[in-house]
Every structure is written in C-alpha cells, then in structure tokens.
Design a protein around this ligand. Structure first.
Ligand code: 13P
Length: 253
C-alpha cells in the first residue's frame, strides 16, 4: 500500500504580514501538483490571510492552539468557534513549547482535543520526551502516558480524524534530529500502543508524524521509514524553498 504523507509547517511565532502574504500566494502554486498532503499552522492574526489565499486550495491550514471553552472571560484566548470562522482544517495541541512555557497539562490537552474534534477541526496532538527522560529509558512510559491522557473519551471512530506528532523535545529547534531508526522505533510503538488502547486490529488509520529539526536534507531518510507518515516542521518551513523540497518528497518510487 502506498503511504500518504503529511508535511505540515508550524510557523510558531515567526514571520509577519509582509512575509506571509507572498508566502501564501507562492505555496498555493507550489503545492498544486504535489502528491502529498501539505499544511501550515500560522499565528492567529494571519488566519484571515490563510483563509483568503488558501481556502479551496491544495494547502491545508490551521492554528497552533485553541481554548477548550466555547466563550467567556478568558483574556487572550481563542476558541474553536473562532477558528471555524476561518475554516481552519487543523490545530496543533500540546506542543512541548506550550507544555513547557504555558503550563499546558495532559488534562487541558485532552479537553482541547475533544473540543477540536467536536468542532470538526483535526487536532495534531504532540507528544515527546525530554533528553533526561530518554537517558533514563523512560521514553515509552512518558509517551504512553501523554497519549492515553490526550485520548480520554475520544471515540474510536474519531481516531481517523486525529493526527499525532512525535516530537522529541531534545530535537526541537536544536538541529539535533532523531535518527530515522530512533523516530521509527517510537512511532511504531505509538501506533501499537494506540491499537492496544482501542483494541484495533490494524494500525492503518493511525497517522503519526515526526517533528524535530526535519529539513530538506534529512526529510527523505525519515519519511521513508515504514511507520512515519510525515513531518511537523518548524524552522525549515519558514523558508518556502526548503519547505517545498520537503513537501515534494517522493518515497513511493
Ligand atoms: P523544528 O523543526 O524547528 O525543530 O521544530 C519542530 C517543531 O516543534 C514543530 O512543531
């Protein structure tokens, strides 16, 4: 079976209007003929431009966080209903930067996942271990716990509307990519673990991306690993030429 690849850029808190508008116009053209799924998660203020330039295009788009409540006194927060005003396809949830700098917890990740699903927005659930946890051989334990808590009350039929991203914290923005074997080992474990949780017979419907210093040079090697369904790309997606090389990766021939 041919593998479908998802290559999703996470802009984080980068670029401004003068960079983003030309980027959006260009990526729409560049992604026209790719066989892979291409997406970008932009800062909130630019979702209006993503909608303007990418709606009904080949490029999926979305946000990097959301609040799990519908509305209320939550200064600075953005709801799923607001994201729906911009026709967001997806939203990143539980990125390690949010877990580490903004007290995102497994419980809030779970509430956000449920909110995204009930709002028809694909949650991209991020999990990953720290360097210390890896050194202590706790990688699988940490990730299993993050996944189990993120998926609390998520129904089996919703699993095909979820994307998971394995992002080892030690590989994010460090230039220190996990080797393709390390990424494959964890991602294949994640798939088996989710199968076990839901008593599934096959891992076919589970989509897991790798994130952490993926670039135009190492993408093919990572993406050709059997369990890796794509990449969540930070730094390298900011340069559209580099991102283009990544999202045009061909592994099926
Ligand atoms: P880098 O590609 O910059 O390491 O970031 C990865 C990431 O955090 C994507 O969400």
């Amino acid at each position: 079976m041919e593998k479908e690849l998802y290559l999703i850029g996470n802009f984080k808190m980068n670029l401004t209007k003068s960079d983003i508008i030309p980027y959006l116009k260009k990526i729409k053209k560049m992604a026209k003929n790719t066989n892979n799924h291409v997406g970008i998660c932009v800062p909130y203020p630019y979702l209006c431009y993503a909608k303007k330039y990418l709606n009904h295009s080949n490029v999926l788009y979305g946000a990097q966080n959301l609040h799990y409540k519908e509305s209320g006194a939550f200064t600075g927060e953005v709801s799923a209903e607001m994201l729906n005003d911009f026709n967001c396809d997806m939203v990143i949830i539980g990125h390690s930067e949010r877990r580490n700098y903004y007290n995102e917890t497994d419980d809030s990740v779970n509430l956000k996942v449920l909110k995204a699903l009930s709002s028809n927005i694909v949650p991209i659930i991020c999990v990953g271990e720290s360097e210390l946890e890896r050194e202590k051989n706790e990688t699988f334990k940490v990730i299993d716990n993050q996944i189990k808590k993120a998926l609390k009350d998520v129904k089996v039929e919703d699993l095909s509307s979820v994307i998971f991203a394995y992002e080892p914290i030690w590989a994010i923005g460090t230039g220190k990519t996990a080797t393709s074997e390390q990424a494959e080992e964890v991602i294949s474990h994640i798939k088996k673990y989710i199968c076990k949780l839901y008593k599934l017979k096959s891992t076919d419907l589970i989509v897991v991306l790798y994130g952490g210093s993926m670039n135009e040079k190492n993408a093919t090697e990572l993406l050709k690993m059997p369990s890796i369904d794509g990449g969540l790309i930070g730094g390298a997606c900011l340069n559209l030429e580099k991102f283009g090389v990544i999202f045009n990766t061909k592994i099926n021939d």
